[in-house]
Design a protein around this ligand. Sequence first.
Ligand SMILES: C[S@@+](CC[C@H](N)C(=O)[O-])C[C@H]1O[C@@H](n2cnc3c(N)ncnc32)[C@H](O)[C@@H]1O
Length: 199
Amino acid sequence: MADKDYKQSDFWAQKAKKEGYPARSIYKLDEIQKLYRIIPPSGTVIDVGSAPGSWTLYTSRNILKNKGTVVSVDLKPLELNPIPQNVKFFQGDAFSDEILKELKSFGEYDAIISDAAPSTTGNRGVDTARSEDLVMSVLSLADECLKKGASCAIKLFQGSGEKEILTRLRSMFEKAVVYKPKACRGSSFEVYIIGLKKK
Ligand SMILES: C[S@@+](CC[C@H](N)C(=O)[O-])C[C@H]1O[C@@H](n2cnc3c(N)ncnc32)[C@H](O)[C@@H]1O
């Protein structure tokens, strides 16, 4: 990581700690939300790849203001104590039959957010391919479970499959955007694909 990236990362990590969030990723969602209003002020939102829990906490507390429901899922446990009462957490693979059944039981969603990331190997080709698989799975979930007019924001490690992903995103949403929040490390190849207004 470049020296400038270390300083930036440290700044966001310290800010998160001070504000009671378990991860610095909160500021990526905050920026996306302020620009694109992905998450409406009420309703049911799914957070895929949610641990340790900053996005889930931000959505529950700052956006839904403890009114709607955040359906939160990760392979690992949330590090939130307490877990807000409007959060329903499932631990496991979001795309396993068992968890998908639970996720679908909440009916149609008002937004889908996904910061899901594969465990990285350091081999860019492998890591981007795994990230693309995750994104495609989240898009299938969005296709099935997202309300008409609803939006999504999904993390992607940019690689050779980006064009195919954007084609799919455009086919599903009225507007498709690729956005890199300021809180992302400058040297990282992570971006967020944003789908606005599901067709
Ligand atoms: C960058 S972290 C998410 C940080 C989170 N947005 C926050 O604010 O605390 C990425 C997460 O994706 C999760 N993940 C990756 N693949 C997954 C899958 N198939 N199902 C559920 N979670 C997954 C990982 O376990 C990891 O916790």
